[in-house]
Ligand binder design. Sequence first.
Ligand code: UP6
Length: 362
Amino acid sequence: LSTSFDVRASLPNTSPLAAYLLHLIAIKRSNLCLSADVNTTAELLEVAEEVGDSICLLKTHADIINDFSEKTVRELREIAKRKRFLVFEDRKFGDIGSTVQKQYTQGPLSIAKWAEITNAHIFPGPAIVTSLKQAAASAIASYNSSVNTEISVGSPSSDNSSEDEPSPVNGVAPSHGVDRLHTSTRDLRKSSVVSISTTISTKTEPISPVPTPYIDDGSGSASSAFENLGSTPYLRALLLLAEMSSEGNLLTGEYTTQCVEIARQHNDFVIGFIAQRSLNEQESDNFLTMTPGVSLPPPGKENANMGDGQGQQYNTPRHVVLEMGSDVIIVGRGILQAEDRAAEAERYRTEAWAAYERRIKL
Ligand code: UP6
């Protein structure tokens, strides 16, 4: 619990995406994830612009966005690249392996194409993890082959790509991507073993540093820190729901323990948990803990019993990070309903970062 994010990024068993995120958190001095629970693309992009500098991660519920489309994905990826955050689709998968593979890679959401991180329940058993891992490897292979194809056939304008298609750097072009995904899924079955760690993308983009004032901690300029970090790698990872924030939930005791066991067996793909406290117990555990159900009480109401009247239970950033050992706070309405969302996000970021700094000094 007292190990810094930077040190954790360099530990031997840390997967490439976890290492990237840990470095990003350290550089931005942000362990804040915005839960962007909005209903339109315009609102999503607007809030991403407003708070992007203050967050390490933006969490979506793509299935509540009425006009979700390729445009949503393309523009969100553009903001994520410019403002330097990762995207986490809070899909909470919970079906048999074969079905979750399709839900992850196909359909109108095609999550694997645009979200670095997603999450799953383990109540269907451990095959949910292996199946998602396999589908992620397939999506990465598809992306890599799309980049190679672009290189071999020339610029995207030389084929029939429509203007609305994301560049291969930001995501897999929709129509082509789906075909490629089918092909590579077939290849995957033939070859049977695909190691995600062998598919680290080296096809990175030129760096466009974001001059964000709070990043500079005196140890060097933000832009040089970002240069060292490089651009976002095309990688995929999973969080397991080990605990929930809602009143009376059943993710407790033996269920939570099983979740940790499954995560340990797949720590090349499972980078951490949605949980209310750190679940790192063994020396070799380096899982990221992300905690929803976080809000700051309004001034003067510090001792109020916080909830939303619909089962949600809230804790403060300080409690979650300092006392429970969580790494990243997930905040939705606490920021979304503020008049000045950028300022409110900064308030949450500052609180959560101060709690982390106190924790590592303990
Ligand atoms: N979420 C929880 N609790 C969990 C898991 N996920 O609240 O145990 C998600 C919700 C919502 C967000 O689906 O998107 O985190 C919390 O939003 P809020 O801050 O507005 O309550």
